[in-house]
Design a protein around this ligand. Sequence first.
Ligand code: 16G
Length: 241
Amino acid sequence: MIDKHSPLPLYFQLEEQIKKTIESKELVPGDALPSERELSENYQISRMTVRQAITNLVNKGYLFREKGKGTFVSSQKFEQSLQGLTSFTEDMLARNLKPGSKLLHFEIYPADEDIKESLNLQDDELIYKIKRLRLANEEPIAIETSYLPVKLVPGVTPDILEKSLYKYIENNLHLSIGHATQTVEAAIVNEEDSKHLKVNKGVPILLIQRETYLENGTPLEIVKSSYRADRYKFKIGIERK
Ligand code: 16G
C-alpha cells in the first residue's frame, strides 16, 4: 500500500510495490504492467508520480517499454560471481540452463604484435581467432572473441567450439588451467554484435577481457567478451582484512 503520510516519496513507495509483485511472481517476465491511468487510479496518486516510478524501474532493468505497446516486466538478470575461473558452459549448467554456442568466425593465422606479446609467443607462431555467440536456453547472452596459440592447444575444430573449449583443453589435451586476470568495463555494442545479441543498436554492454594462464604460468588465451548488460550482472565478495 502507499502511505501518503510516510516520509518516503510516493514514487519510491510505488516502485517498491511493483518490485514486490515481480519478486512474488505475481507478475512474471513478459507480463504487461497495468497502464499509468490504472496505477494512478488504484493507488490514488498522480500520473506524474506513476511515470517517475516506472521510469526508475526501467532504468534499473526491472521493466522495459515497447513503443505503442506498453511497459513490460523484464527477465531477471543472471548474476555471475567474479570469483572462480569457470567456463561459459559450466556457468550455464550451474544455473540449470542449456549452454549453447554459435561459431561466428574461426581462423588460424600468424599472431600480430600485441597478441604475440600478451601470449608470450615467438615470431610467426600461429594462433586461433575464435568468435562465438554464447547462448543460454537458446537466448543470446554474450559474444566472445578468443585468441589461443595453436601449438599449445592443437586440434581445435568448429565442432569442439560448438561445445566447451575448456572441456577439450582439460579432458582431451590434459592441460591444467590455473589462473586468469579479468577486467570489466562498460561499452556500447557495435552494430554487428547488436544483431547477433538481438539488442538495439547502441545499447550498453559489459566488456570483459580475460587473460588465462595454465598452472605452470604459460599464457593460454586472451578473450574479449561482450555481455548483454540487460541480462547480466557481476557479483564480487569483498573482505576488510
Ligand atoms: C568463459 C570465459 C572464456 C572461456 C570460455 C570457455 C569469461 C569472461 N570468459 O566464457 O575465457 O574461453 O568461458 O567456455 O568468463 P567453454 O568451455 O564453454 O567453451
